[in-house]
Design a protein around this ligand. Sequence first.
Ligand code: ZN
Length: 236
Amino acid sequence: MLKKIILGAVVLTVATNVLDAQRRRGRREFDLKNMYSVDSTVRDGIKLVFVSNDSTFDSKEKERMIETFYKVYPEQCKIYNPKSREKVTIFIDTAYEGVAATGGGLMRVNPKWMKKNPEDIDVVTHETMHVVQEYPRYEPIWVTEGIADYVRATLGVNNVAAKWTLPEYKSSQSYTNSYRITARFFIWLENKVKKGIVKNLDNAMRTNTYTDGFWKNETGKTVDELWAQYGQNPSL
Ligand SMILES: [Zn+2]
């Protein structure tokens, strides 16, 4: 009995520490006094908060990111999830080491990446799709990231100038490679197999009803069979 109580106390302490860590992180993300600039805009009922802790972040790049957001986010909501959030925060974060990441309505972007790749403005398009997705589970990752890049390919505003293209099919690829490789496969599916399949896939993910059986229900074929067919004639 005592053992159980001690164990219970340990579990509780660990759980509390995890929660505290999350709260601390949450606080730091929104600790506005460490921010160089905070700016919010509202257009057609959608609020964008733009926060930066980088004093050297280019104001023109910021404007382009805001314009891109207001161009693509309402379109994404309309097509994929009309109930998507009405408030999104873009946080230019010098502490973030990747390119960008989004959780809930908060998008963190690495300013170093944007400085080196100023035309890569559709990072916003990919990340806002993660806001729209709001899936209860991120898995399978290749579906989630494949859809985000499919949306960048179809709704992006500056992919050509950014030299962002979908790689040609190669037999060494797999649909599980994720990102652009999967995005190209999704475009092929839309064009050659079933119009609207990506929208249905996105919906299955959001409603947590996606299973391996999705593909057979939609097309009569498994995803491996579809991928094999794609490999035989991958033209779009
Ligand atoms: Zn992503």
